[in-house]
Ligand binder design. Structure first.
Ligand SMILES: Nc1ncnc2c1ncn2[C@@H]1O[C@H](COP(=O)(O)OP(=O)(O)OP(=O)(O)O)[C@@H](O)[C@H]1O
Ligand SMILES: [Mg+2]
Length: 424
């Protein structure tokens, strides 16, 4: 009789233990695992949502919470990535420093501006740029807040006159607390803008110079003409000739300038057609025969056999040759030879005009395609040159997809080359 309930108790204890295991202990283990995974920033692994005393609800809510945290942190990662991509692709140099002035982020443009071999993360501005004024401005921006800017000049081995940068500094202010947590520094390279400004002012100086000479000659002679008694017969004819020549010079200058600005601003469209190089050269020779004969200069053709047809706008290529022939005529001594030719150069056809004139000094040869450049200012101006011809040539050849070059030996002569594309 006694003892019949012993198995009952055993069964009851076993049921109790099983219940406690599934409804209390296992959910507790799960809560512990979930909390640990959350704390470690891991994505929570799977779980069984069963438990006593609201345990089930705790687990479900913990899981939701972990999903939200995970979502937020991947959004933050994405935004960080976007920010890095944007900063990385800027042409300005960008550097972010922390409150201690240590560089935490820098982009590739900054690296290139300062010729750094690698990202200077963990270094200070002073170590990286060796510019004390920049390091000081970063410190002040962090300490005092507010934006500030600087202009600095930094000599480089390639540019001894230095690259010029505008540098802007802005504190990073935390949204909630308003505390300053670092500084953003942005470097703009002003060298190109400064160079353009110099080119512009040089252009205006050159232009004024060119205009002043014929204008003052005109003014002087017009004054003389106010008293007709002063001018008689041959003298009068001579004055009229000077006036006419200087008016022509002014018109030529204005026309060349207009042409250059039309080409440079892309208003000139070329209309190419296939032409045989020999045919082009023949035309040039017959156009210029008379002018060269007047100076006793022979013109010979040197056209390679079997050249392909070229893509040429007859009007524009005519203009190119007119400028080259005009120079050759001006520099070729009487009794000398001017050769006019074409040959194959890679895929392109290269035309040339060679004279036996005085040549161009080595130190000037690199500049002759610049606007207004003349080797011998005074003498060339006397001969009527304004230094615009070759820059027009260069632009017209570029419109044809070709290039220009020059070879010259002082005292021996000059060869001007330009290449254009074959039509097929
Ligand atoms: N064949 C050449 N031989 C020697 N020097 C030359 C020759 N062609 C050009 N030059 C030099 O290059 C300079 C620039 O030539 P460019 O044709 O641009 O100007 P220009 O002939 O002086 O004036 P423009 O052509 O505008 O009337 C010339 O002033 C001259 O000093
Ligand atoms: Mg010229």
């Amino acid at each position: 009789m006694d003892g019949w309930w012993t198995p009952l108790i055993v069964v009851a204890v076993m049921v109790g233990v099983a219940w406690a295991w599934t409804m209390v202990y296992r959910p507790l283990l799960q809560v512990r695992r979930l909390v640990k995974e959350l704390a470690e920033g891991k994505e929570p692994s799977g779980f069984v949502a069963r438990g006593a005393w609201g345990m089930e609800e705790v687990i479900v809510n913990l899981d939701k919470l972990s999903e939200r945290i995970h979502g937020l942190s991947s959004r933050a990662e994405r935004e960080k990535y976007n920010l890095r991509t944007i900063i990385g692709s800027l042409s300005e140099g960008v550097v972010i420093t922390d409150p201690e002035g240590i560089i935490r982020l820098a982009n590739r443009s900054f690296l290139e501006m300062f010729g750094l071999p690698s990202f200077p993360i963990g270094q200070t501005f002073m170590e990286t740029t060796r510019l004390p004024e920049v390091a000081r401005a970063v410190e002040l921006t962090h300490a005092e807040g507010g934006g500030r800017s600087l202009e600095i000049r930094r000599p480089t081995p390639e540019q001894p006159e230095g690259r010029i940068f505008a540098v802007n500094f802005a504190p990073i202010v935390e949204g909630g607390s308003g505390e300053r947590s670092g500084v953003v520094t942005v470097f703009y390279d002003l060298s190109k803008i400064r160079k353009l400004e110099n080119v512009r002012s040089e252009f205006i100086t050159n232009l004024s110079h060119e205009l002043r000479t014929p204008l003052s000659i005109l003014a002087g002679y017009l004054e003389t003409m106010e008293d007709p008694a002063m001018l008689k017969g041959a003298e009068r004819r001579e004055v009229m000739e000077v006036l006419r020549r200087n008016c022509e010079r002014l018109t030529g200058l204005v026309n060349d300038l207009l042409e250059l600005s039309r080409i440079e601003s892309g208003q000139v469209q070329i209309r190419v057609q296939p032409r045989r190089p020999a045919e082009i050269l023949e035309e040039v020779r017959s156009d210029w025969k008379r002018a060269f004969a007047g100076k006793r200069v022979r013109v010979e053709l040197e056209c390679e056999e079997g050249l392909p047809e070229v893509n040429s706008d007859p009007l524009r290529i005519g203009q190119v040759f007119a400028n080259l022939m005009d120079n050759a005529l001006r520099f070729a001594p009487p009794g000398s030879l001017v050769s006019l030719g074409a040959r194959l150069s890679g895929r392109q056809v290269e035309f040339f005009v060679r004279d036996e004139g005085e040549g161009i000094p080595d130190d000037k040869i690199g500049r002759i395609f610049e606007r207004f450049f003349r080797v011998d200012e005074g003498r060339t101006r006397e001969r009527g040159g304004t230094g615009l011809g070759l820059s027009i040539v260069k632009h017209l050849v570029h419109l044809h997809g070709g290039g220009v070059r020059v070879e010259s030996q002082q005292g021996r002569g000059t060869t001007m080359f330009f290449s254009i594309n074959p039509s097929r």
